[in-house]
Design a protein around this ligand. Structure first.
Ligand code: URA
Length: 433
């Protein structure tokens, strides 16, 4: 086989065979296919798309390019949740213990990643003593005993995707539905999930800015999942404003705790219940999504979810008293109010700007080497649809000297205030099976 022939074939709109896709991914992973040819093929895919069979094969080939995590030692259906990423998204921290509290095994491996705040495991490290370092045997034992473990990613997962994603990033080929869908699904499949719940975010703070694009990506991933034998569903949720009120590592952990106490912002709670219901249903712990939701609501009400959270923290070396006393987590030295410059209704809170504000304060990483400050971030006092008086606080910055003026400006720019009354945005746009 010659790579140039496959590039020509795709450029002319033909489908690649399974063997051809495997050959490309193997060659690219082991370095016999150079970046420039892979970039040309990616661009051809960008313009000519891939059919259902090609997408499934690309996903499997990338999943199998490195280690495949074997979760068969864990009893029950292992359901994983993946979010395409948004500002203030702390759902995993509440959702994992919530779902585990009704008997669904949650074996989650998370990365650190780059972004406005740290990833889930960075956030959890705000808990004194909490550790995500564990070997595979401990991880599996913990899920069997506790129904829940959350570990940092080890080993060599999906090297083909890592290499290809970096290449796409610099060749204008990130925004391609078959390439995004296969990239995300390859990681979920290599992580050993039997079933997958996807939270596809839609709006200014998300990868997918419009509902049509979000639906297209969600449908592509659901189709790949069923083609490769992993039951998959997707929820399309709003990211036209940040999720909840807190953005920043320790601040988000505190908000996730509040949800399991039956408190916390309504949107975070609702999203956890919606995603959780589908997880419980796919794990076959309930006969319908509605019955699953009822189980989860009961677990919040009767305190089971909160107990599971405390047991989970203790089992990973953390101090569970942090749940009742979140001030044990790193605290910022200053709190600065950002006030409204005019009265009116909040029409929009540009989530991307709020994310950048958190980053300026030091909550996220721009490069892998950056240190994140777990204490800093911001809390939105007003959300879309709220009324604000002139001079009233829109958001509070939690800062440790760094980036205060930049963050203040970004928050002021993020809030769009108008005279007419504004409806609250829809939180869940669609659920796709
Ligand atoms: N996230 C991924 O993991 N892959 C993509 O291609 C895009 C977003």
């Amino acid at each position: 086989m010659r790579m140039v022939d496959l590039i020509d074939k795709k450029r002319d709109g033909e489908a690649l065979t399974k063997e051809e896709i495997r050959w490309v991914i193997d060659g690219y992973t082991n370095g016999t296919i150079p970046d420039y040819q892979m970039a040309a093929l990616s661009m051809a895919i960008y313009f000519k798309d891939m059919n259902k069979e090609e997408r499934a094969e690309l996903t499997l080939a990338m999943a199998e390019s490195g280690d495949m995590i074997d979760l068969s030692a864990i009893k029950g259906v292992k359901v994983d949740k993946h979010s395409t990423g948004g500002v203030g998204d702390k759902t995993t921290i509440a959702l994992a213990p919530l779902v585990a509290s009704v008997g669904v095994p949650v074996a989650k491996m998370s990365g650190r990643g780059l972004g406005h705040t740290g990833g889930t495991i960075d956030k959890l490290e705000a808990i004194p003593g909490f550790s995500v370092e564990m070997d595979t045997d401990t991880f599996l034992k913990q899920v069997n005993e506790q129904r829940l473990a959350l570990a940092g990613q080890t080993g060599n997962l999906t090297p083909a995707d890592k290499k290809l994603y970096s290449l796409r990033d610099v060749t204008g080929t990130v925004n391609s539905t078959p390439l995004i869908a296969s990239s995300i699904m390859s990681k979920k499949i290599a992580s050993g999930a039997d079933a997958i719940v996807l939270d596809v975010k839609c709006g200014s703070g998300a990868f997918m800015k419009t509902l049509d694009h979000a639906v297209e990506l969600a449908e592509a991933m659901v189709e790949i999942g069923s083609s490769v034998g992993r039951e998959t569903m997707a929820v399309i949720s709003d990211m036209s404003q940040p999720l909840g009120r807190a953005v920043g590592n320790a601040l988000e952990v505190k908000e996730a705790f509040a949800v399991l106490k039956g408190e916390g912002p309504a949107d975070v709670r609702e999203l956890c219940l919606v995603l959780g219901s589908h997880m419980v249903y796919l794990a076959k712990r309930a006969e319908s999504v509605q019955a699953a939701r009822q189980l989860l609501e009961e677990a919040i009400q009767n305190g089971d979810a909160l107990e599971k959270l405390k047991a989970f923290i203790a089992s990973q070396g953390g101090d569970p008293s942090v749940v009742e006393n979140p001030a044990q987590m790193p605290q910022a030295s200053e709190q600065i109010a950002v006030s409204a410059q005019k009265a009116g209704y909040i029409k929009e809170i540009a989530a991307d700007k709020i994310g950048t504000a958190a980053m300026q304060l030091g909550a996220g990483r721009a490069t892998k080497e950056d240190q994140i400050d777990l204490a800093v971030g911001l809390v939105l006092e007003k959300k879309t649809g709220d009324y604000v008086e002139e001079g009233e606080t829109l958001a509070t910055l939690f800062a440790n000297e760094q980036g205060i003026e930049e963050a203040r400006k970004l928050v002021e720019q993020a809030y769009h205030i108008v005279d007419e009354k504004v409806e609250q945005p829809t939180l869940i746009y669609k659920e796709i099976y």
